[in-house]
Design a protein around this ligand. Structure first.
Ligand code: AMP
Length: 214
């Protein structure tokens, strides 16, 4: 089961991707998480990616594509995976299709978690991320047990630079320009499924599980 999650930043695709991965025991591959781990570890890739991420821009395709193609070729991806945050441009989608075609494989589902911009702006301001382990929370929708402290590792919580209001607006315009064309791309491929991302997390998940026929 090879699944791509589409949707604007803050639509909740990461939350749903994690739930899908857990239910079907397949890896959750988030390019945003991979970049953030690289930034934290001070790698060359992290340094390059950070300059784009902090401005709400996409990291150039050439820094993303090989990384993802290598990852989906690993042993644990044999029975499928959920890609969260990739592809984000038409060239990335084409590169993925080409790499999979060489292995005689293809993407099975592209799930669009659909949320209007105004809901996104409201949601993102409440997002908090753990400085230590990267776990994400929401002041209103997914609060931690203790204020400002990560439930998983006890680390401190911050509003990520890329979740700040100015950056969110930039990310939304980048999304509409560069990522939304993927909706047509996967519609044409006959694998696009849309779910209403304004519903409760569990309701969105139920809709996705139904689409996946499980
Ligand atoms: P995310 O956590 O998926 O919202 O990603 C955070 C940031 O990482 C994005 O705003 C981009 O700057 C960068 N990023 C993540 N995935 C990609 C991708 N597939 N292509 C380009 N940039 C990406």
């Amino acid at each position: 089961m090879k699944i791509i999650m589409l949707g604007a930043p803050g639509a909740g695709k990461g939350t749903q991707a994690k739930k899908i991965a857990a239910k079907f025991s397949i890896p959750h591959i988030s390019t945003g998480d991979i970049f953030r781990a690289n930034i934290k570890n001070g790698t060359e890739l992290g340094k390059k990616a950070k300059t784009y991420m902090d401005q709400g821009l996409l990291v150039p395709d050439e820094l993303v594509v090989d990384l993802v193609v290598d990852r989906v070729n690993q042993e644990d991806c044999r029975d499928g995976y959920v890609l969260d945050g990739f592809p984000r441009t038409i060239p990335q989608a084409e590169a993925l299709d080409k790499a999979l075609a060489e292995l005689g494989q293809k993407v099975d589902y592209a799930i669009d978690v659909d949320v209007p911009d105004e809901n996104i702006i409201r949601r993102m301001g409440g997002r908090r991320a753990c400085v230590t382990c990267g776990a994400t929370y929401h002041l209103e929708y997914a609060p931690t047990e203790k204020d400002g402290i990560c439930d998983t590792c006890g680390g401190g919580l911050i509003l990520r630079d890329d979740d700040k209001p100015e950056t969110v607006k930039k990310r939304l315009s980048v999304y509409h320009e560069q990522t939304q064309p993927l909706i047509d791309y996967y519609t044409n491929a006959g694998i696009l499924k849309t779910v209403d991302g304004t519903a409760d997390i569990e309701d969105v998940f139920r809709a996705i599980v139904e689409i996946l026929g499980a």
